[in-house]
Write a protein that binds this ligand. Sequence first.
Ligand code: NPW
Ligand code: ADP
Ligand code: K
Length: 483
Amino acid sequence: MLLIEPDAVAKIDSACITSGIPGFALMNVAGRAVSAAALRDYPGALRYVVLVGPGNNGGDGYVAAKALIEAGATVALFRLFDGQPTTDDAKRAAAECACPVQKLEEYVPMKGDVVIDAVFGAGLTRGLPASLIACIDKVQSAGLPVIAVDIASGVCGRTGRILAGALHADLTVTFMAPKIGQMLLPGRIHSGRLEVIDIGTPLRLLERFASSTGINHPAVWQIYSGPRAADTHKYSHGALTVFSGGASQSGAARLAAAAALRAGAGLVTIAAPTEAMAVNANHMTAIMLREVDDQNDLAQLLEDKRLQTFILGPGFGVGDKARDFALALATRRLVLDADAITSFRDRPEDLFDAFALGETRLILTPHDGEFSRLFPDLAANQALSKVERAQHAARRAHAVVILKGADTVIADPAGRATININAPPSLATAGSGDVLAGLCGAFLAQNYPAFAAACAAVWHHGDAAQRAGAGLTAERLINFIET
Ligand SMILES: NC(=O)C1=CN([C@@H]2O[C@H](COP(=O)(O)OP(=O)(O)OC[C@H]3O[C@@H](n4cnc5c(N)ncnc54)[C@H](OP(=O)(O)O)[C@@H]3O)[C@@H](O)[C@H]2O)[C@@H](O)CC1
Ligand SMILES: Nc1ncnc2c1ncn2[C@@H]1O[C@H](COP(=O)(O)OP(=O)(O)O)[C@@H](O)[C@H]1O
Ligand SMILES: [K+]
């Protein structure tokens, strides 16, 4: 699904005008859609309180106020700052709205109020003024329902960040397409339920100015999935090898391996050190087991050219061995997770250089902590959004980066990115990252390109968790994977 950045809003606006669609016409549709949503969702409101700002977001607010009055509702309008609106369209909307204007400071919340936030939208450039923050506090402590126009005021539409204060909306009525900041945290939480309104912007303009970032969706990998050919065999359907840690840390590799098998990898092998052979053998049936202690054993394993895909990291332990193994696997497809990521904290370039040439074949799956070990400068750069951090990292590492969290971002070296939105919070459970690594390995082994494999893995991870419901454990999660 398309996403847009706030910068694109003004570009689309002027392209519409060039195409003969006046901005005021769009504003009218937008404002009327807000009033319709308010009447639909809160028909029992005693008063609709419209808070307006100086730009076109405020303009939408004047249109909504006018439409609500025409529908017979009681409306009160409060304006941030003295003076007239600053844009021609907003001036016209204000002039056509008969509702008396009061100062924002004068607003006293009353039971039965429904607040419509039309203060700032795509044009927010800095933290909120003190008078608005005071008003937000009043609204929020009175527990009033809030409908945000386009974006909840205070949320940055590019990063999802809150600079200084922001409203918590119950519903956001947004226009044209969702904004990136409504998908990333904490902006997603501040947006409440999101309703996207087609205000008549031509699709060709939307597509021209849409972000290269989209919402993660099966359309990204659909062309690579499909039924198995009748003459398939287990090697052609993806042979995957997962490296196990020592005897007491071997569970993570088994979780990854079991998830991969469930997700359709044809043949899954755990490569374990001698000390972990018995424990692995005790816990596995369909998964193969192979003894690999050191680099010599690994070199022997790699002589089998059918083995093209590997997972290294879950429970593996941090250190030289993880680093050496990862570098030895540089000509194969590799999912690098957990300890194996941390193992490169002092020499990340060694990893990046090893995978620099040829097709993208490395998937990195860091959570924020692991990310900051490999990319400390990107993690510390407050100007970057989570999407931008992942994009920079992917370019630098010549890898697909899955930057995990409640708003997981997947990025590739070419600048493509998706934001995943189907993951429930029940995934915050020990071992669920190992299951994700297994899913990545499964799709990579089935010859999905790395970006498609990563997107499919993250989506199926969330999908399985949704179906598993409450009381999720990593083991249970695996049983709900359906690909
Ligand atoms: N196709 C379209 O384009 C359509 C767009 N539509 C609507 O237009 C909205 C975008 O409108 P917009 O560009 O006028 O921006 P908006 O959010 O109203 O704010 C800009 C004003 O706020 C000011 N300002 C900013 N931050 C501030 C702060 N922290 N504290 C104080 N002031 C601050 C800023 O001042 P400046 O930074 O320039 O000094 C400027 O005056 C969009 O979200 C949607 O609702 C619809 O009508 C449908 C068609
Ligand atoms: N609040 C949340 N909502 C949705 N998904 C989450 C949330 N918290 C964590 N996750 C997901 O759960 C997984 C946790 O992985 P990770 O941090 O590696 O944990 P572990 O090491 O315990 O397996 C990641 O895929 C992450 O995106
Ligand atoms: K708003």
